[in-house]
Ligand binder design. Structure first.
Ligand code: 5GP
Ligand code: MG
Length: 178
């Protein structure tokens, strides 16, 4: 285990198990559709690539880069830094996200795609933190309900670090203090 990690919350095999289950549901639901899958960069890149490999329907991958965080505190603003290239009009859209916290990011991004005429917008999240929600938003699929506190690994970063950890863990307190 990485020295800066206090405790592992979700191991690779925990995540694999839930990704298999979510993929099984999605493979039934989207069997006859051709959705646009939108990974929310950078955090969702690891989860999304693992999820997408499990999907067997026709799909397009078109990432978006959005940001609402500076350091470990939410700024409350959502900014699209890099937009998708596809026309979503009349097509189902599936966002893939690392974690839903306040809900602002995915609520805002979902509204953008609905305004552009998406046929349906669904959200698949690796983790859901229900206690810290500030807007009324629910992921259609999520891997685990996560506890409060700042998590890293499997795409989740602290100032750009720890995304490569093959598990989700809690950062040691002393790491923030430095
Ligand atoms: P929301 O708009 O739902 O508050 O924020 C979602 C984004 O905040 C996530 O995509 C993620 O980048 C970031 N975030 C929320 N909670 C955590 C956390 O515990 N750890 C990390 N590394 N990022 C988080
Ligand atoms: Mg993110």
């Amino acid at each position: 285990m990485n020295n800066d990690i206090e405790r592992i919350l979700y191991s690779q095999s925990d995540l694999d198990g839930r990704m298999d289950e979510m993929a099984a549901d999605l493979n039934v639901k989207y069997r006859n559709e051709e959705p646009i899958i939108i990974p929310v960069l950078n955090g969702a890149m690891i989860f999304a690539s693992d999820m997408i490999k499990r999907l067997d329907f026709k799909l397009i991958i078109d990432p978006i880069k959005a940001s609402s965080y500076v350091g470990s505190q939410s700024t409350g603003k959502v900014k699209i830094m890099q937009d998708i290239k596809s026309d979503v009009k009349g097509r189902p859209v599936i966002f893939m996200e690392d974690i839903i916290d306040t809900g602002r990011t995915l609520q805002a991004l979902s509204e953008v795609m609905k305004d552009r005429g998406a046929k349906r917008v669904e959200v698949v999240a690796m983790l859901d933190k229900p206690n810290t929600r500030v807007v009324d938003f629910h992921a259609d699929y999520y891997g685990f309900k996560a506890p409060d506190g700042f998590l890293v690994g499997y795409g989740l970063d602290y100032n750009g670090l720890y995304r490569n950890l093959p598990y989700v863990g809690i950062l040691k307190h002393e790491v923030y203090a430095n």
